[in-house]
Design a protein around this ligand. Structure first.
Ligand SMILES: NC(=O)c1ccc[n+]([C@@H]2O[C@H](COP(=O)([O-])OP(=O)(O)OC[C@H]3O[C@@H](n4cnc5c(N)ncnc54)[C@H](OP(=O)(O)O)[C@@H]3O)[C@@H](O)[C@H]2O)c1
Length: 253
């Protein structure tokens, strides 16, 4: 059976590369994003009607209703769903900007839960749900703000919980990245510690092929953060601030 894959956030970065790679693999792709012009352009460049899309803002409460209506009309039943769309903005510039924190959670977290809830009665047994997460889920970071890391750690825990609840019928997989040289990453120019978009897509495809519960890349960076977090607080704070200063310098270069 050829896979049908639904991917959110297909108009740039990892989602766009994953879409192109999935089309190469022969999958039928249903893409979601706000920018209709880019979605139409992807469709135009795709042969054999293998790409369909819904242009919608996932932070809005009716987004998934619209998506489900459109995929049902076309009898598109995904057996892989990749929740990739996310936003990252500093909601801690001048105190806590609650509106911004809420916006981040709507897109990065609540829309994922809404999508799962609405897809579960529609998809077949054995469907895999993949949540794209980040190393930011492992530690707070004043540079990044509150919402991004908070939403990604919530996503990790939600997928862990859903896997326990539905392990007999479905797969819930988290694929987490350190910095990726793409849209969301401010260190695009200086790619020290970054992985490429191609490596990120390969890891998602590995997750699709193996269907384990968790994937992380680069492994050494995740290990480093996990180990440093076990050290006494003052030592771990010092180590993280050294790394942060180094990254700041790289960004300025
Ligand atoms: N880049 C990194 O360094 C990095 C590191 C770790 C994890 N990640 C994770 O990897 C995933 C992709 O990151 P990326 O760097 O490829 O991001 P990106 O280039 O900024 O792309 C984000 C995608 O999400 C879509 N999107 C954002 N808000 C949306 C909304 N409200 N409704 C619908 N679509 C929306 C955007 O499309 P429209 O603007 O057209 O809506 C775009 O296609 C994210 O989950 C991110 O957290 C990235």
């Amino acid at each position: 059976m050829k896979s049908k894959i639904l991917i959110t956030g297909v108009t740039s970065g990892i989602g766009r590369s994953l879409t192109i790679e999935s089309l190469k693999r022969g999958y039928h792709v249903w893409g979601i994003a706000r920018r209709g012009s880019i979605l139409r352009e992807i469709k135009k460049n795709t042969k054999k009607n293998k790409f369909d899309f819904t242009s919608t803002d996932l932070s809005q409460s009716d987004a998934w209703e619209k998506i489900i209506r459109q995929i049902k009309r076309k009898k598109f039943v995904p057996n892989i769903v990749v929740f990739n769309a996310a936003i990252s903005e500093d909601d801690l510039k001048d105190g806590i900007d609650l509106n911004s924190t809420r916006d981040i959670f709507e897109t990065n977290y609540f829309s994922v839960l809404d999508g799962i809830e609405r897809l579960l009665p529609y998809v077949k047994k054995d469907t895999q749900f993949i949540g794209i997460s980040s190393i930011s889920a492992l530690k707070g970071n004043a540079r990044e703000g509150i919402g991004y890391s908070g939403s990604k750690s919530s996503l990790n825990l939600a997928f862990e919980t859903l896997q326990q609840k539905y392990s007999k019928n479905y797969h819930f997989t988290i694929v987490a990245f350190g910095p990726v040289a793409t849209g969301m990453n401010p260190y695009k120019k200086n790619q020290f510690l970054s992985i490429s978009e191609k490596d990120a897509v390969s890891l998602i495809n590995k997750a699709v092929d193996e269907r384990k519960q968790r994937y992380e890349k680069p492994i050494f960076l995740f290990l480093f953060v996990k180990i440093v977090k076990l050290l006494p607080q003052n030592i771990s704070n010092l180590m993280f601030s050294v790394i942060e200063n180094l990254r700041k310098k790289l960004l300025e270069e």
